[in-house]
Ligand binder design. Sequence first.
Ligand code: ASP
Length: 406
Amino acid sequence: MNSRHSVSLLICIIVGVIAGLFVGWYWGEAATNVAWLGALFLNTLSMLVIPLLVSAVISGVTSIGNVRQLGRLSGVTVSYYMITVAIAVLIGLVMVNLIQPGVGVSTEGLQQPDEIVRMAEEKGIGDILLSLVAPNLIAAAAETNLLPLILWSVAFGIALASLGAAGRPAAKFFESLNEGMMLMVSWVMYFAPLGIFGLIAGMFGAAGSTAAFVARISAVGLHVLTVLSGLAIHFTILTLILLFIARQPIAYLVNMLRAIVTSFATASSTATLPITIQCAKESGIDERARRFVLPLGSTVNMDGTALYEAAAAMFIAQAYGLHLGIGQQSIIFVTATLAAIGAAGIPEAGLVTMIIVLQAVGLPIEGIGLLLAVDWFLDRFRTATNVWGDAVGAAVVHRYIQNRFD
Ligand code: ASP
């Protein structure tokens, strides 16, 4: 897609968002009749994720070719993830300590959210480590369980690269599979304006009347404000990293807006992954960076989620009138990071892994009840931040490759 095309597409997507907002708010419930357009778009994207991810990671690793370079690249990538997630959690903690959104919020009548607790039972820290290896790859693919697939693809890519000439036919196959998938992604992108329109109209339509929506938001208004301003600050810091460390122009952000808006509409970094990779490709990001960093980032690098988990846990503590000292806030710091790594790139996954954070500092799980009504809304903003974090990561690694490898 040339740049004139992508700008026109972006404009159509923005029109789709505005029309979706208008229809959702104006028609309320009735707007859910167009939600199928969004579901179709989401399914079309989701069906590309597995073949795209596997072929991208394998061909990314084989194009790096040598295990030492791969090791250095992984080092830079993981350091970037860790540093930016740490900044995000810190921002979350500082914002809640400053604004104190939970003070005075009533916790009366809150009940344990059984469904979320049941889902979280499989999400202990040990389980997160265990889930790195799937006994059955097909089952992992069927459940969109990406982390074991990525690790398997990295190992397979290394094996192919180590085979030398004997590994080349398979490497070429995955390279060509990846090119084919990317072409399909660029086709699906043309459907994005309508799909995003359907998603946004359906989402705001389902949220009920404007008055009900505003009432729900304002019940925990300061919490919403704290999270949104924290995310905005982190988004800005990532942009500064883009400009001064990755040394990409602001045009990179403009180009990425298609992925960012899609992530807002789908609330899923995983479903957005094909578009994120396509936008990075169009921005000229080295294939070794985009094929390796973006798939991994879409499942482990979740700055927005980490910031949210820390802020929400503190918010619950404040609502229950519990004072958390520096020691307990440090535990929140560590567990919010792990919970974000463990969260899948799907809607409201952060709410489930939130239980790890609450349990680690002994906060009442019922407190999640305070977040339920607005989580779907905040999820959109944290997913957009997650995707922007991945995109900036790819740019940072791109610069590293240019400086060190070429
Ligand atoms: N929806 C988020 C994502 O896909 C995860 C979360 O924070 O719930 O990145």
